[in-house]
Design a protein. Structure first.
Length: 141
């Protein structure tokens, strides 16, 4: 399954979610291809240092990730597009109405830790893991 994960800038939440999805899929032998993107990306900006640090704490390396835009090619490539905020999906629907069937939204919005303390990034990592786990399990069934 090909999954595109979308957040605002693609420097914190979506790279963290992408790393978690890859690991969760691998842990239960479900092959997942994951890409990430941002609706307001910062061209080629590296992932936030605190995001890299907290993901390394759980043995996930996202240090080579960088901010990328949501593109028509990425939307077409994806089987599923996961949004980390409800209003992002609303905006996306306006830009890509043909991709409505691919949209998945987490149960609750994931707070943006951008420029926050490392503890906030840990909270976001745990929130993402909790909300993504049922999704990954459902793929395996």
């Amino acid at each position: 399954m090909k999954i595109l994960v979308v957040c605002t800038g693609n420097t914190c939440r979506s790279p963290m979610a992408g790393g978690l999805l890859q690991k969760m899929g691998s842990d239960i032998a479900v092959p997942l291809e994951v890409r990430t993107a941002g609706l307001s990306h910062h061209p080629n900006k590296a992932v936030a240092k605190n995001a890299v640090i907290v993901m390394k704490e759980v043995h996930i390396d996202i240090s080579n990730e960088f901010s990328k835009p949501v593109t028509s090619e990425a939307v077409e490539w994806a089987d599923t597009i996961i949004f980390l905020q409800h209003d992002h999906a609303d905006y996306f629907r306006e830009e890509f109405p043909m991709a409505e069937s691919k949209i998945r939204i987490l149960e609750r919005d994931v707070a943006d830790p951008f420029c926050g303390p490392i503890g906030k990034y840990r909270e976001v990592r745990e929130d993402l893991a909790q909300q993504l786990s049922p999704f990954v399990r459902s793929i395996a069934e």
